[in-house]
Design a protein around this ligand. Structure first.
Ligand SMILES: Cc1ncc(COP(=O)(O)O)c(C=O)c1O
Length: 405
């Protein structure tokens, strides 16, 4: 066999898959590793896709997406984020945010450019920047800042080669929500240094800092940012539509022109059934979205209550999405060791922080998207496991200390 391409060697491996594969071998596992809602799309959404397909709407569509889907995306953004984008020139339907992020990256990053990635972060960012010929510059998110993005930390990473900053709020894996004032400071940096913001807003509907359940703030709303932001959106999390593979970009018209040219050659057009489903979801009621947000918030509170003041496992406060980072460094284990031993001994799956490029080795990500009873059981097992491991470790350490004579 001829050698496969060497590109593969240049992209980082996903540490998430290892834990998923190991968890799949344990029949009674409780998984806090999942990154998707337990529910499926609303019946009116499924019905819209079925009806369109039954009517023969199964052909290629415009590379930007069906006009009605772009209209719906643009109207949804105006409705929940109060941001206005032309459906004609500033909106593109994409096959999920993962691919949308790649198109966004290809559209604004030149080979050799640096992109600032606050970490821990969604693993595709680094891989996609590498595929675009760029270089990721990691800026560690700090627990003492609640893992929110910090203009102060980002400034120090800016060089003449910096081209863009990856913004993800509410964040995966942290669950942190960067507030409007903090985003405005990062926006000032973007304007001053003439940088792009690639703003991954796939968790915008799950912001528990907002008293009225409104969407998390977008950096695109900050002064001077509309013309230098690519908003990357998805229906996966908001509308429980992960398998439909559908999302959208909002950006200035020249960027959409670039990304459409690339989309034409890379995926041609987006699945038409999924576009009809997306049109129905984006223009329909938000009742299920709000119900899910309330459920996740209640689950987050359960998690926080169990872990409150716990001596071994510290939960870094989670304000959004459906994830929280647990600091388990007192066990003496890395996130990877902890996740694998927890899985084997307690049948609970969590994702090691290292899978997201965490600078701190003693972190694991838990997802609180599932059943609250399972969540309680799993977190109690995590705590018990961590306590036993920590006690055994301190006994071993004490045994090593020579007695004073
Ligand atoms: C931060 C973040 N961005 C993007 C995505 C990808 O979403 P999609 O299903 O639309 O590809 C995910 C999925 O987990 C995510 O966590």
């Amino acid at each position: 066999m001829p050698r496969p391409s060497s590109l593969y060697e240049q992209i980082p491996r996903s540490g998430i898959r290892t834990i998923f594969d190991a968890a799949a071998r344990i029949p009674d596992v409780i998984s806090l590793a999942v990154g998707e809602p337990a529910e499926t799309a609303d019946p009116h959404v499924v019905a819209a896709a079925n009806a369109a397909q039954a009517d023969g709407h199964t052909k290629y569509s415009n590379v930007l997406g069906l006009r009605e889907t772009r209209d719906a995306a643009s109207a949804y953004t105006a409705r929940v984020k109060e941001l206005r984008y032309s459906p004609e020139t500033e909106t593109q339907i994409v096959p999920g945010a993962t691919f949308g992020l790649y198109l966004a990256t290809l559209s604004v990053v030149n080979p050799g450019d640096e992109v600032i990635v606050p970490t821990p972060a969604f693993p595709s960012y680094d891989a996609q920047i590498a595929l675009a010929g760029g270089r990721s510059v990691h800026v560690p998110l700090r627990p003492e800042n609640g893992m929110r993005l910090s203009a102060h930390d980002i400034t120090r990473a800016i060089t003449p080669r910096t081209r863009a900053i990856l913004i993800n709020t509410p964040g995966n894996p942290s669950g942190a929500v960067t507030n409007r004032a903090q985003l405005a400071q990062i926006a000032e940096l973007c304007v001053r240094h003439d940088l792009w913001a690639i703003s991954d807003e796939v968790y915008h509907a799950f912001d528990y800092t907002s008293p009225d359940g409104s969407a998390a703030p977008s950096i695109a709303a900050a002064p001077g940012m509309r013309e230098r932001t690519v908003v990357v959106e998805s229906l996966s999390k908001t509308f429980a539509m992960t398998g439909w593979r559908i999302g959208y970009l909002h950006a200035p018209a020249p960027v959409i022109e670039h990304s459409a040219a690339m989309a034409e050659l890379l995926h041609s057009s987006v699945n038409s059934g999924a576009q009809y489903a997306a049109t129905a979801a984006l223009s329909g009621p938000l009742t299920s979205v709000r119900r899910r947000a309330a459920t996740y918030r209640a689950n987050r509170d359960i998690l926080a209550r169990i872990l409150q003041n716990h001596p071994t496992v510290h939960m870094i406060p989670s304000e959004g999405a459906f994830y929280a980072l647990l600091d388990i460094h007192r066990t003496g284990m890395t996130g990877t060791e902890f996740a694998h031993r927890l899985l084997e001994q307690e049948h609970v799956a969590v994702v090691p922080g290292e899978a997201f490029g965490a600078a701190h080795p003693g972190l694991v990500r838990v997802s609180y998207v599932g059943d609250s009873g399972d969540l309680c059981t799993a977190v109690n097992r995590i705590v018990e496991f961590a306590d036993i491991v920590t006690r055994d470790r301190s006994q071993v350490e004490n045994a090593r200390i020579p007695l004073a004579v």
